[in-house]
Design a protein. Structure first.
Lengths: 440, 351
């Protein structure tokens, strides 16, 4: 069964016009770069440089710890000024290396050279992708080589390029698809080759007609399909996207590979092109700096480690009424307490809301209106979950499947009592995991 | 283009000043950071708007006494809510319009020309006893307006059941009479059978509201318009009203087929006794009815069955209020029985 969409979802004000028409601009090197070690899901890599070291662009500065971990590379050439804790866009102070660029932006030897990758096998491709430090660039930052290594009993037959970009405001993927379609599709072809998959679907929401138009010839040249999707948030959430495209339901608690699908963000595909064909590790990404709180919303190609403050300054600075700085989109992103937080591999956008636009969730009593039930794309009962979480009855939240919540924020978005639903669910999940950890 | 903040301009090396800035400069809270904009007040406001046609028509039908009843009821409901929250020092919610809605619903459940003290007592029980003592909005088990009405019905039966007046514009020449359901019952008690003509031929009058009754129950058409408005605005869903009205029609129909002399025509039951008011505006109350669609259907059917049983076999001529209140008590159980299935959970069965 094929279905064009999924259950639930909401129609937020998309505000994509703010930056959607602005071509990607390369941002000049800032005065310093703050590169956190924790930029991937799983174990953070361990530093291999020390204060005072000179580094070249692309040089390894931290090595992976275990399989679910990726290496980290210097985003430019320069000197390691410090290794210390700094604000991290996840909302905490975490270890990072500070690099003062020397302005030459020299690549480390052997990097940034065209490579004829045609004879690379699946394992070699996975190796190149891991060594380039690739993670999911849609925001989750899951190591890409791990996704490309499904167990033998879970064969993948569909590769989905996620260009839905359903988060309001953000246009980084949109611009990348409009401007670099051939590179994205080639990057995807390396994923397809590593997996042995022929069925590749490029999924784009209908509100990006120029991106669809650009991707179509590039995709069709390789026999890939382009699917224009309805504009419903969260269309780009993995499970919802897979259901909309293939009708397959990822089992609760399972992974997309359980239904033979692998989803890769289009930005990750572009990074794969860079890694495989140009031998460039992941040192920069497209970041959408947008919102009514920033003077000139733009899509910028910024080095990993560029602070939010520097990126915003490049876009004309903050407006007077800027009230909230969000790392990521307004539905799932993290509010920042400092402009010193840097762009990481998973930072798809920096959204600056005005004080008036930024909604503070108050938490009036639930009036059981049921709007959240109709909005929840995971078919949960957010109303009941939030009441249990509020009363600290975390066992009950587990029984009502809070662990299946994808934290998309639809429930809170439609709540007339403005209850901080997602906040409650994160807390409940953390408490449940804490208890599970104790039980082991 | 306004710019501000030194750190947002061209970059000065060194970040000391930045980290020393007060943290409160930016709002920090959990995602999501935007909101659709809907508030409790806007939802309640839509329900009030949906009730306006029936309310205005009741003033046209019953005249100034109806206006008096509505005004006193709304004002006393909002007043009790405000007063109670002052007394117990709770944050005020009188602005969310839920008390106004309760007052309006109670007024629409009263006979025109109810004395002021009756209205006050009803609202006292509705707002203070049924709502605030349970914890205020979101926590009450029973529909506040219906609690107010049933308290009055039990405590002041004369005022609540025998002082119905026939519609007569602006209250002139008000004639005391019985409601259609009351007349049907009187006829049944007196002669042993319902008057088939009475119950079948009044359909037009019943539809437009040309009959005796409480303020809001009389015009089925205007209540239906209000209900359809709420459905279109997605404030309510069809499940409970359709199940409620449908089950009343089906059950009354079965009895009518079995014994047409003893049991009135099903359309008569559907069009009388405030069924539309109850089905669209009280069996859809958020707080006191089930959340899941399947639960709403069970709730509606339960309301319908209880209503018909009371009407046909109970000692009151009408049973909508009791039906809804009784099912309110079952709402937590129904909610437990109908949990939504998680996305992807179905696969476990078919795999």
């Amino acid at each position: 069964m094929k279905s064009g969409t999924f259950f639930g979802g909401v129609h937020p004000r998309y505000e994509k016009d703010l930056a959607g028409g602005r071509p990607i601009e390369t941002m000049p090197l800032p005065a310093r770069l703050v590169v956190p070690f924790a930029q991937n899901l799983g174990a953070a890599p361990k530093p291999v440089v020390k204060k005072g070291d000179e580094v070249k662009r692309g040089q390894l500065i931290a090595e992976p710890q275990g399989f679910v971990s990726v290496p980290l590379h210097a985003p430019t050439s320069g000197v390691v000024q410090a290794i210390d804790v700094f604000p991290h866009p996840v909302g905490a102070d975490l270890p990072a290396v500070v690099i003062v660029p020397d302005g030459k932006d020299e690549w480390a030897p052997g990097l940034n050279v065209e490579r004829d990758a045609g004879d690379l096998g699946a394992d070699a491709l996975r190796g190149v992708i891991r060594d380039a430090g690739l993670v999911g660039m849609g925001g989750a930052a899951f190591p890409t080589h791990v996704k490309l290594s499904p167990p033998k009993d879970k064969p993948i037959d569909v590769l989905v390029l996620n260009g839905a970009e359903c988060e309001p405001y953000l246009t980084a993927d949109h611009r990348l698809m409009a401007e670099r379609p051939a590179e994205i599709v080639e990057g995807a072809s390396w994923f397809a080759k590593a997996l042995g998959v022929e069925n590749v679907i490029v999924a784009v929401e209908k509100n990006k007609p120029d991106a669809i138009a650009a991707m179509r010839p590039a995709a069709e040249a390789r026999g890939y399909a382009v699917r224009a999707l309805d504009v419903v948030y969260p269309q780009g959430a993995e499970r919802q996207l897979i259901f909309a495209l293939t009708g397959r339901r990822v089992p609760a608690g399972g992974l997309p590979m359980d239904v033979g699908v692998l989803v890769q963000n289009v930005g990750t595909c572009y990074a794969a092109f860079e890694a495989v064909r140009r031998n460039r590790p992941l040192t920069e990404r497209v970041v959408c700096v947008t919102g009514r709180g920033v003077a000139n919303p733009k899509n910028v190609l910024a080095r990993i480690g560029t602070t939010f403050g520097d990126a915003i300054a490049f876009c004309g600075g903050l407006r007077e009424d800027a009230g909230k700085i969000i790392g990521g989109g307004p539905m799932m992103g993290v509010a920042q307490y400092s402009l010193d937080a840097p762009v990481t591999k998973g930072t798809s956008g920096i959204v600056v809301l005005t004080r008036r636009e930024a909604v503070q969730y108050a938490g009036d009593p639930c009036i059981r209106c049921g709007r959240c039930l109709r909005a929840c794309p995971m078919l949960l009962n957010p109303s009941v979950l939030s009441v249990y979480a509020e009363r600290l009855r975390f066992d009950e939240t587990a029984a009502h499947h809070v662990l299946d919540c994808i934290e998309c924020g639809c429930c809170a978005y439609v709540c007339p009592s403005r209850r901080p639903m997602v906040h409650h669910f994160r807390r409940a999940k953390a408490e449940i995991r804490k208890k599970q950890a104790r039980a082991v | 283009m306004e710019e501000r903040l030194p750190d947002a301009g061209p970059k000065a090396p060194g970040t000391k000043e930045k980290t020393e800035e007060p943290i409160a400069r930016f709002l920090v809270s959990s995602s999501p950071h935007v909101h659709e904009g809907i508030r409790i007040r806007s939802v309640m406001g839509l329900v009030i708007v949906a009730l306006l046609p029936a309310s205005v028509f009741s003033i046209y039908l019953f005249g100034l006494p109806a206006l008096f009843t509505i005004l006193v009821s709304v004002a006393s409901a909002a007043g009790f809510e405000w007063l109670w929250q002052k007394v117990v020092r709770r944050p005020g919610t009188a602005g969310d319009l839920s008390a106004v809605l309760t007052g309006l619903l109670l007024a629409l459940n009263l006979p025109a020309g109810s004395p002021w003290w009756l209205i006050l007592v009803g609202n006292l029980f509705a707002i203070v006893v049924a709502k605030q003592l349970y914890g205020g909005i979101g926590y009450n088990i029973f529909n506040p307006a219906l609690v107010g009405r049933v308290v009055l019905l039990v405590a002041f039966p004369v005022h609540m059941t025998s002082r119905w007046i026939s519609p007569s514009a602006w209250g002139m020449d008000a004639v005391t009479t019985a409601t259609p359901l009351g007349r049907a019952r009187e006829a049944l008690l007196a002669t042993g059978s319902v008057d088939a003509a009475l119950t079948r031929n009044e359909a037009i009058d019943l539809l437009i509201g040309n009959r005796a009754g409480s303020l809001g129950e009389v015009s089925v058409i205007l209540l239906l318009i209000g209900g359809i408005f709420l459905l279109a605005k997605r404030v309510i869903t069809w499940h409970a009203p359709v199940a409620f009205i449908g089950s009343v029609w089906a059950m009354a129909g079965i009895f009518h087929l079995a014994n047409p002399a003893r049991f009135a025509d099903p359309s008569f039951h559907v069009l009388t006794g405030g069924l539309f008011l109850g089905a669209f505006f009280m069996a859809t109350d958020y707080v006191t009815t089930p959340l899941a669609p399947a639960g709403k259907i069970v709730f509606g059917i339960g309301c319908g069955v209880v209503t018909v049983v009371i009407r046909l076999f109970g000692s009151y001529p009408e049973g909508v209020s009791f039906g809804i209140l009784l099912m309110n008590a079952f709402t937590p159980l129904i909610d437990r029985a109908f949990k939504p299935a998680v996305f992807g959970a179905r696969r476990a069965k078919t795999a």
